[in-house]
Design a binder for this molecule. Sequence first.
Ligand SMILES: *[C@@H]1O[C@H](CO)[C@@H](O)[C@H](O)[C@H]1NC(C)=O
Ligand SMILES: *[C@@H]1O[C@H](CO)[C@@H](O)[C@H](O)[C@H]1NC(C)=O
Ligand SMILES: *[C@@H]1O[C@H](CO)[C@@H](O)[C@H](O)[C@H]1NC(C)=O
Ligand SMILES: *[C@@H]1O[C@H](CO)[C@@H](O)[C@H](O)[C@H]1NC(C)=O
Length: 357
Amino acid sequence: MEKTSSWGLHLFELFFLVLLSGYPLCCQGSWMWLGITSVGVVEKMGCANLPLSSKQKDVCKRKPYLLPSIKDGAHLGISECQSQFRHERWNCSTSKQPSVFGYELTSGTKETAFIYAIMAAGLVHSVTRSCSTGNMTECSCDTTLTGSGSQTEGWHWGGCSDDIAYGTWFSRRFIDHATKNASVHADEALLIMNQHNSEAGRQAVAKTLWKDCRCHGVSGSCAVKTCWKTMASFERVGNYLKERYENSIQVLDRTKRKFRRKEKEQRHMPIGREELIFLNKSPNYCVENRRLGVAGTRGRRCNRTSAGPDGCNLLCCGRGYNTHVVRHVERCECKFIWCCYVRCRRCETMNDIHTCK
Ligand SMILES: *[C@@H]1O[C@H](CO)[C@@H](O)[C@H](O)[C@H]1NC(C)=O
Ligand SMILES: *[C@@H]1O[C@H](CO)[C@@H](O)[C@H](O)[C@H]1NC(C)=O
Ligand SMILES: *[C@@H]1O[C@H](CO)[C@@H](O)[C@H](O)[C@H]1NC(C)=O
Ligand SMILES: *[C@@H]1O[C@H](CO)[C@@H](O)[C@H](O)[C@H]1NC(C)=O
């Protein structure tokens, strides 16, 4: 723990909330022990006893009702990261030590970039949800639009538009401000990189906002149409960020609080707020490296016919794969019998499972 930067520590603290809360992130590998903790532990412990920095404890004391949103946000971020990367060599796997994400949290690679972005976005998303459900005094629906609209297109703003302003502000405050107090270990460039990518995550929620509408009028005639702004599902935010990850930009370490692209020909091009940036090239994640906490892909399941990252060739890094036959039993050919039950047959299939050597 001592060796992680305050940034690492900070995120660790955030995830600790998830762990303590017994979230049903369930239940693989190091998450297994989640099952034994009970929901509500965090609330009972009180802010003072939580593993938070002094600034975060402050926020927690003044706004204890935000704790569920913080937990939700962390949960959203982690599970979306794992879902986006489930077929890749780096699969966003988590562990307890030394920080939940291990090496990737401090390596300054594009994986670090994605983690910071998705966690910051998760917080915006969950806090905004809480605003929209009317659970907060600080925020509610965005009413600034109400009344306007487009007469020619036949719709007007109404209903509850998601107001991401508060969630965005809160995410900045909770993640960035709390970590401005950098420890001696924290590397300045990495800090700024992380901050940029957290902001890119928040931008992702803003950029994926969309307009949903409902028709009113006699039997769905749509004489009147009411529209409201709504956040995209977090999965869509994840897709958006995954795309930014694929196109992330390597920057130079020599920072005067402003990064420039590493690529010589592109140095003059500005870097947008929504872009993900990274300092260091990633390891190849093919072989186990205990020092870096890289698990390697040995034993990972791969797809023999896929040309994508989950294909055996790519995932196994050319080492080849083993094939096992697995028997799969399921209910099939179900029939409805009058009256009233369903009768099925048991069907057995043999499936080939491929795992990396
Ligand atoms: C990621 O891959 C490792 C093996 O490299 C595996 O043990 C782990 O369960 C995977 N994690 C997830 C979240 O899929
Ligand atoms: C609203 O707040 C109450 C108590 O403060 C809490 O029990 C409930 O889960 C919250 N609902 C949402 C949707 O956050
Ligand atoms: C910064 O960190 C030091 C040492 O951990 C702590 O004593 C101090 O209160 C922190 N300052 C703020 C503003 O959080
Ligand atoms: C393997 O990849 C192929 C081609 O992408 C796909 O059609 C198939 O569903 C995949 N199989 C599994 C088990 O994921």
